[in-house]
Design a protein around this ligand. Structure first.
Ligand code: NAP
Ligand code: GDD
Length: 345
């Protein structure tokens, strides 16, 4: 019999890559999508066929802020594996909507775990929780499973609740529940307001003449960036082990936002020249100012430096990323240019 997976957050970047992977592994994939006034299934349209045709991919309306919908979907689907990728996942936005972020990103996790318990599915279901390097926040890099947490945003604090409630339900009720502590991962499907995708879109548009300028915030924060395609494989591997455990997933390399801009410029043949310091720092191309700083993109508390140590995952899961920062940039740039050119036609 085919294994059944249920994905909360199926319409997001990771939801799309994970669905693709699981369909390839012959799973029946069920996804939870929330009601929205405009289409939110663009990332999964490739394999979301008309439900009247034969398919292994099914969508259900639900919302992590609605306990009843969560419980009913789990009861109906009876999954072997649940991946909780659903979240208000933007760190900057979490300062604007802290209560909503906590409700969905923290309590949403509790709603799933408690549904498993209420439905007496503790022995049947394996649960994956999408944890984050943001939980390390201000802790000194490199960060591993042994590093102390020090969250620096409502988002990170909410994810920390999810981390511990996952461990608590594992210990209290013997649920096969695991945390993946994933460092930043990007792709052509990355949300447009996260810094990598924002940079790629803006610079491609500037090159093609459909935009003039890119405004950014902190150019000097450092991140450990990987490719989403590699990271969803790690999620699946975490749930295939004999014993549940928590794993850091990262590239173990670190670059600044400015370095990422420079790489994208290089890939596009834009010769960028930086002048000025602090808030007045600017990027020029052919003497034209194409990048400036806007204070509104700074966060009340910033996470300055994230760098993973993923030794445990590499050893126990036999996991290793295929991509590096250059192949990630290439993939994102090529796909954006293709998108922009086809939207012109
Ligand atoms: P994403 O693109 O922002 O996707 C988030 C998903 O959650 C979307 O499908 C979204 O639906 C859904 N969602 C939001 N609010 C919901 C609600 N109230 N009820 C049900 N679903 C809801 O995020 P991602 O980059 O794929 O990341 C996946 C998960 O990993 C997230 O939990 C994120 O916090 C975590 N994470 C991400 C990274 C990273 O670098 N990407 C690193 C560590 C951890 P809509 O499409 O309708 O908005
Ligand atoms: N979004 C954004 N927009 N970030 C900017 C900008 C800008 O214009 N300018 C500079 N930055 C800086 C942010 O201040 C941050 O230090 C860094 O770029 C990365 O920002 P994001 O791409 O928004 O990602 P994030 O690191 O805050 O959070 C992402 O990764 C986490 C894992 O560490 C999200 O995907 C989270 O959901 C995830 O948990």
């Amino acid at each position: 019999m085919k294994k059944k997976a249920l994905i909360f957050g199926v319409t997001g970047q990771d939801g799309a890559y994970l669905s693709k992977l699981l369909l390839k592994k012959k799973y029946k994939v069920h996804g939870v999508k929330r009601r929205s006034s405009s289409l939110n299934t663009q990332r999964i349209d490739d394999f979301y066929l008309d439900p009247h045709q034969k398919t292994n991919f099914y969508l259900h309306y639900g919302d992590l802020s609605d306990s009843l919908s969560v419980l009913k979907i789990i009861e109906k689907v009876k999954p072997d594996e649940i991946y909780n990728l659903g979240a208000q996942s933007h760190v900057g936005v979490s300062f604007d909507v802290p209560e909503y972020t906590s409700n969905v990103t923290a309590l949403g996790t509790l709603r799933i775990l408690d549904s498993i318990r209420n439905l007496k599915m503790e022995k049947k279901v394996r649960y994956y929780q999408a944890g984050t390097s943001e939980m390390f926040g201000a802790s000194k890099p490199p960060q591993s499973e042994k590093t102390n947490f020090y969250p620096r945003s409502p988002y990170a604090a909410a994810k920390l609740y999810s981390h511990w409630i996952t461990i608590n339900y594992r210990e209290a009720y013997n649920i096969f529940a695991c945390n993946g502590i994933l460092f930043n991962h990007e792709s052509p499907l990355r949300g447009e307001t996260f810094v990598t995708r924002k940079i790629v879109i803006a610079l491609c548009k500037i090159l093609l003449g459909s935009s003039e300028k890119l405004y950014l915030g902190n150019l000097y924060s450092k991140r450990d960036w990987g490719h989403a395609e590699d990271y969803v494989l790690a999620m699946w591997k975490i749930l295939q082990k004999n014993k549940p455990s928590d794993y850091v997933i990262s590239s173990d390399k670190q670059y600044s936002v400015k370095y990422f801009v420079n790489l994208v410029c290089k890939e596009l043949g834009i010769k960028i020249v930086w002048k000025g310091i602090g808030i007045k720092e600017k990027g020029f191309w052919n003497k034209k100012n194409i990048i400036s700083i806007d204070r509104k993109y700074f966060r009340p508390t910033e996470v300055e430096s994230l760098l993973g140590n993923s030794k445990k995952a590499r050893k126990e899961l036999n996991w290793k990323p295929k991509h590096n920062i250059k192949s990630l940039v290439k993939d994102m740039v090529n796909s954006e240019i293709k998108n922009l050119k086809s939207s012109r036609i």
